[in-house]
Design a protein around this ligand. Structure first.
Ligand SMILES: Cc1cc2nc3c(=O)[nH]c(=O)nc-3n(C[C@H](O)[C@H](O)[C@H](O)COP(=O)(O)O)c2cc1C
Length: 198
């Protein structure tokens, strides 16, 4: 089993990365033969969607005419058995590099599914995906809602928790001190839920 972690933070060793790795570590405890791969969107030179080339997306299912690392990222997502995606809130939205990543995928899927031949199937259909949202003074729930929508548009299967905040792991402020969202405990719950969905 391959688990792909996608970290949307610009700070590669801070809260978002910690929580993505907490979930993956707990998943590996349940599935000792699992291997992991981590993608930091901060390391990628992913460009925003140019939109004017949408005819390319329509004629080439789930492909993009921009020659950057996005095709490799989509290939890694397709190969993974499960994904763990986390992003923080920076200046009231996910970091721009993460938004470029999400925008490029959503545009490929949107143009194919709204105007394509209808014969192609999403390479990510049903892929279990655990979600993590991190903020400080804002409510991290809004990031989970953003990520849930992102996964839904891509045809993935966002894995829910049976406990608050339900859509995934949320953290507000210092993760060890967060008694409201209890991110470290919920990370274990999310790993269990992903494992059960495989
Ligand atoms: C540049 C920057 C902008 C931020 N903007 C917000 C914000 O708009 N709302 C919020 O709740 N927290 C904001 N924060 C706090 C971060 O969400 C919080 O520090 C979080 O832990 C960042 O994730 P990271 O540790 O993975 O980088 C901001 C932090 C930084 C560094």
């Amino acid at each position: 089993m391959v688990v792909l972690g996608i970290v949307g933070s610009m700070r590669k060793n801070r809260c978002t990365n910690t929580l993505v790795n907490e979930v993956i570590t707990a998943l590996k405890e349940r599935n000792p033969r699992a291997t992991e791969k981590i993608i930091h969107t901060a390391d990628m030179g992913i460009q925003p969607c140019r939109v004017i080339c949408s005819s390319y997306c329509i004629q080439h299912p789930y492909c993009c005419s921009i020659d950057d690392e996005m095709a490799d990222v989509l290939a890694s997502m397709t190969e993974a058995d499960a994904l763990v995606i986390g992003t923080p809130l920076y200046f009231r939205a996910p970091p721009a590099q993460f938004q470029a990543f999400a925008e490029r995928l959503i545009s490929m899927f949107f143009f194919q599914e709204s105007k394509g031949s209808g014969n192609s199937r999403s390479p990510l259909t049903g892929k279990p995906c655990g979600l993590i949202g991190v903020a400080e003074y804002s409510n991290p729930q809004r990031i989970l809602e953003y990520l849930h929508d992102f996964c839904t548009v891509l045809g993935m299967h966002p894995v829910l928790l049976e406990r608050f905040p339900y859509l995934g792991v949320a953290a507000q402020g210092e993760i060890e001190m967060d008694t409201t969202f209890q991110p470290l405990e919920r990370a274990k719950d999310l790993a269990a839920a992903i494992s059960a969905s495989l």
